[in-house]
Design a binder for this molecule. Structure first.
Ligand code: ADP
Length: 502
């Protein structure tokens, strides 16, 4: 018996659960374990004093009455997560306890004291409060943002929602998969299905879909969700957010329309500009030709009798007129290329290249350039345009060469197939001054030049004409600067043309 009592005493003393026994009506502290002494917070000297003496601050708090009540009635009292304010080091501090007052009976069945246990759950209480307030804030945020949230239990199919989910979907009754599908725009049902299928792999759901309102108008929504899995990796839940994006869609549409309008205006004003440039160039063609004729007449009349200075001036006039003629022809070529339909013919690109080399013979010779090409295929198109395309590219490669290095121009090709149609990818590569990445698109715009006229002559129309020609053939052209110098132009051209003229 003695031994059992000792074990019990030891157990009570060493448990983390605060335990105290108060006897008599005045609740005198008969015993209190270390945990209880710590909880009372009034030092070690508590045994023999009354409960009220040790914690007088509880006089006006429910806990004191509850202790007395348990003593008087013999009915145990249990509280869960209840607030008690204790005076500690001269300061009131708020605690939350799970506590009990359990009456202790003597042999005669009369209450002689109460056993008090009190577990401090303050931290838990505060954490729960914080979690509650965070989830409340989140709920308010979701509601005020106009969004709705949903959770699909994949095991039983139950759907729980919050926020504006119902009002967005316009659902009054129970929410099931079928009610949701019945509200979706028929074209968007496969979109939803695809998003759910993809989520099986990615774990994420993201799609936009239209909900059909009762008046048959539609409402654009964006749905973003996540698949939650259990510890075995089985998908158990989908949780997500739905948002009404009608405003965003309307804004996007407005921006698209505005962009389309300004594109259209730009195209029209470009066309007008080109038309004007075409008229002016036409009118200038004849006078320029006359200037050239008269320069040559002047030369023959003077018959070697020109002074060095006069000869110098005449050469200047001649060169400037030549430049004027080039620009005029460039403008006429550019503005006229898509005005006229040309017959489609078979073009041997090797032949085209040989002709271009012959045209540029003088410049190739002067610059000591090497123009090398591998075998090129036969394509369909307008030969004069394709010749113009290669002429412009090789002419540029000669023109934008580096003074210290003779130009080396290589042309090679590769047959490509895309979605059943065959084409050729041609690369025209040089070792010249190169093109910086940020300008590789800009150079295809009419009249755009990266260098001053004083260093390199030109009209800024050559590459825009190349683009027009490739596009007219159903192809494309892009440019890139190369590491270590030089540029490469990549031209895609289809092997066959669908029509007899282009
Ligand atoms: P132009 O040659 O008459 O100036 P283009 O439209 O043919 O006009 O070319 C536009 C600009 O692109 C040129 O002024 C030049 O700055 C750049 N460019 C064209 N081809 C090359 C090239 N092979 N190497 C470096 N820069 C080039």
């Amino acid at each position: 018996m003695e031994r059992t009592l000792q074990i019990l005493k030891d157990a009570v003393e060493n448990t983390h659960l605060p335990i105290g026994v108060y006897t008599g009506e005045e609740l005198r502290i008969e015993t209190a374990n270390a945990a209880m002494i710590k909880t009372l917070g009034k030092g070690n000297d508590v045994i023999g004093r009354t409960y009220f003496e040790v914690v007088p601050e509880i006089e006006k708090q429910h806990i004191f009455q509850e202790a007395l009540q348990a003593y008087k009635t013999g009915i145990p009292f249990h509280a869960k997560d209840k607030r008690v304010d204790l005076l500690m080091e001269g300061e009131y501090r708020t605690f939350y306890f799970n506590y009990s007052f359990i009456p202790l009976f003597n042999a005669q069945g009369k209450v002689y004291g109460v056993m008090n246990t009190g577990m401090d759950v303050t931290e838990l209480h505060l954490a729960r409060e914080e979690a509650q307030s965070t989830s409340e804030q989140l709920r308010l945020a979701v509601e005020s943002s106009g969004m709705g949230t949903y959770e699909i239990d994949l095991l039983n199919g139950n759907i729980t929602t919050s926020g504006n989910f119902r009002s967005i979907w316009n659902i009054q009754g129970p929410i099931t998969n079928d009610t949701i599908i019945s509200k979706l725009h028929p074209e968007d049902i496969p979109v939803r299905e695809k998003a759910h299928r993809q989520a099986e792999h990615t774990g994420l759901i993201s799609y936009q879909a239209r909900i059909v309102n009762e008046d048959q108008s539609v409402r654009w929504t964006s749905i973003n969700g996540k698949v939650l899995r259990d510890e075995t990796g089985r998908a158990v839940k989908i949780t997500g957010i739905i948002e009404d994006i009608g405003h965003r869609k309307a804004l996007e549409q407005q921006l698209r329309e505005e962009a389309q309008r300004s594109n259209e205006e730009l195209r029209r004003s470009n066309e007008e500009l080109l038309h004007f440039a075409n008229l002016v160039s036409h009118d200038l063609k004849e006078p320029v030709r006359k200037i050239k004729t008269f320069i040559s007449r002047l030369r023959s009349v003077a018959n070697e009798g020109l002074s060095e200075k006069q000869e110098w001036y005449l050469n200047k006039i001649d060169n400037t007129t030549q430049r004027m003629q080039d620009v005029i022809e460039g403008i006429l070529d550019y503005s006229g290329v898509d005005k006229k339909r040309r017959p489609v013919e078979k073009i041997d690109l090797n032949e085209v290249l040989e002709e271009v080399k012959t045209d540029l013979e003088l410049a190739i010779h002067e610059k000591d350039a090497a123009v090398l090409n591998s075998w090129l295929p036969e394509i369909e198109g307008s030969k004069v345009l394709i010749q113009q395309l290669f002429y412009n590219l090789i002419h540029n490669a000669l023109k934008f060469s580096r003074p210290e290095e003779p130009p080396k121009i290589t042309i090679d090709s590769e047959l490509v197939e895309k979605e059943g149609s065959h084409g050729v990818l041609i690369r025209v590569q040089d070792n010249g001054i190169g093109i910086e990445q940020e300008f590789t698109e800009k150079i295809f715009t009419a009249f755009e030049r990266l260098h001053s006229k004083d260093r390199y002559e030109g009209s800024g129309l050559g590459l825009s004409l190349c683009r027009k020609i490739t596009e007219q053939h159903g192809g494309s052209i892009t440019a890139a600067g190369m590491e270590g110098g030089g540029s490469v132009f990549k031209i895609m051209l289809p092997m066959k043309q669908a029509h007899r003229t282009i």
